[in-house]
Design a protein. Sequence first.
Length: 187
Amino acid sequence: MSDVVLGALIGGSFTLVGVLVEKLFLLRSENSRAKKEFFKDAFSERREAHRKIAGVITENSLMGLSPKFDSRLSVKAVLVEVQKKVLSVALDTRFIADEQVSITLITLYERVSETIENMELVREEKFGESLKMLVRKNGELVKLLREKSGVDIIDEEFAKTLKGSQKHIKKKKEGSCQNIGSQKAST
């Protein structure tokens, strides 16, 4: 084979490899960009879903219910309202919210439903235990929402920033007190 043909084959091979590498690079960067856009969109949707859930949970707090202070009818009225709103937000956010949050929300709905169904059948102490279980499940959901929506991370970062700011302010105050003391001594 002549040197010209061999050179042309080698040159053509390098060109082909170069084109393939470029295509692979473009495909990879396109996939990366598409993933970033998806997560950017999905993140805001998930944040909104968690905000909706948190709104329903805080608006219809089960924490204040007490069989000692409230009549069964008033507790039942609250529970029926909570049941409707929890089911509504669970259905609205089931595909967007974090899986654990959705499962805990449905479990809370089921616990509310069981308590309503058994309300007339159970004795007073069982009723109190059932409400305590509801409050516990509600608390679990609030804690999970804080964790999964990133509120805990934000709180942590704020705490670090505030701690750093407080140290800086304290150093400034100490420095200015020393300056005042040295000015008094010189006069």
